[in-house]
Design a protein around this ligand. Structure first.
Ligand code: PLP
Length: 333
């Protein structure tokens, strides 16, 4: 089956340089970190990766955590401790909303909030928040938290993400992201000012967690180096997105304005089995997504990664275009 699924947008999950870095670290450092970074679990590669992330995302410092979800929780637990007013974008990832359990007083409008929580991009909706407007609404001592798990490696110059794509640089912006999507591995990170980074590092959610395995940090470092040093990695993804958009448009399928690798097709319940069978018969793996807050029939989520060939993309567009033309299904705007 040809994979049009998952979030390995750049194909780095199987890149020889990424695998090689992890393999070398496994041989040298073993499988796990063995302890929290607050005791004996810290490895030089953790610090090297934090420096690399801060440099890549343009922040003063960064803090690694074992996952993107935990990064969001540890950040919220730290900055919401004093019960500030907080606004959460209703489309934001569940781990940001879960962060409200740690504190904060929710307000209905971003203009009333000292802390704003949003994702940098909402790929299944083809939408992005108005980051400049959110920043403009923020007080001088506020925080604009941008979960950029789906923007990292995709948007901005060489995949520097949604904040870079919006042309923003501001010490009030805190970026959280994951190594588990476009960067191909695992682990979470918070990029922010040093003083906030150090406060989160002292929080029990960080102190009480075993450090990210060094091999995963080494893989993350290799992935970031590839993005920084090899323009073709990100360029290939942009090319594949452009090809997919052109091929789908040629089939008469309307497209969302944001050029993202994720293409969502809403499925009427009656048509689901037919399209899934046709995709399977054509050798195309496109998952049928059923999230609790999604449409009743679910939707198809086709991801066009940098690894897909132009021919494979044509084949996907042909099947989806044919199906689109003969049913009431539609690509979500
Ligand atoms: C927007 C967003 N934030 C956070 C996460 C969590 O990241 P991780 O899988 O590294 O915990 C995900 C998905 O996994 C996500 O899609």
């Amino acid at each position: 089956m040809i994979e049009f699924s998952g979030c390995d947008y750049l194909g780095l999950r199987t890149h020889p340089a990424v695998i090689g870095a992890a393999r070398a670290s496994l041989a040298a450092d073993g499988l796990g970190a063995g302890a929290s970074r607050a005791t004996t679990g810290e490895h030089p590669v953790h610090l090297a990766l934090e420096r690399a992330v801060a440099g890549f995302l343009g922040t003063e410092a960064a803090l690694l955590l074992p996952s993107g979800a935990l990064a969001n929780l540890a950040l919220c637990a730290t900055i919401l401790e004093d019960q500030p007013t907080v606004w959460v974008d209703p489309r934001a990832h569940t781990s940001l909303r879960d962060g409200l359990r740690f504190g904060g007083r929710e307000v209905p409008r971003p203009e009333e909030a000292k802390v704003i929580l949003t994702d940098g991009v909402f790929p299944s909706r083809g939408e992005e928040p108005d980051l400049p407007a959110l920043l403009a609404a923020l007080p001088a001592d506020g925080h604009l938290v941008v979960d950029d798990c789906h923007g990292t490696g995709v948007l901005g110059a060489r995949g520097r993400g949604s904040v870079n794509a919006a042309g923003l640089e501001d010490p009030r912006i805190v970026i959280t992201t994951t190594f588990s999507k476009a960067l191909g591995g695992a682990g979470g990170v918070i990029a922010t000012r040093r003083v906030i980074r150090d406060r989160i590092a002292a929080h029990p959610l960080h102190v009480g967690s075993t450090a990210l395995p060094p091999a995963w940090a080494a893989a993350g470092l290799a992935a970031l180096e590839l993005l920084r040093n090899d323009a073709t990695i990100h360029g290939r993804l942009l090319d594949r997105i452009a090809r997919a958009r052109a091929a789908l448009a040629a089939e008469g399928v309307p497209l969302p304005p944001l050029p993202l690798p994720v293409f969502r097709f809403d499925v009427p319940a009656a048509g689901t089995d037919g399209i899934l069978a046709e995709l399977k018969a054509t050798g195309l793996s496109v998952p049928h997504i059923h999230y609790p807050d999604g449409p009743p029939g679910g939707y198809l989520r086709a991801v066009v990664s940098a690894e897909r060939t132009p021919e494979e993309i044509e084949r996907l567009a042909e099947v989806l275009g044919r199906w689109y033309g003969t049913s009431s299904a539609h690509l979500s705007p």
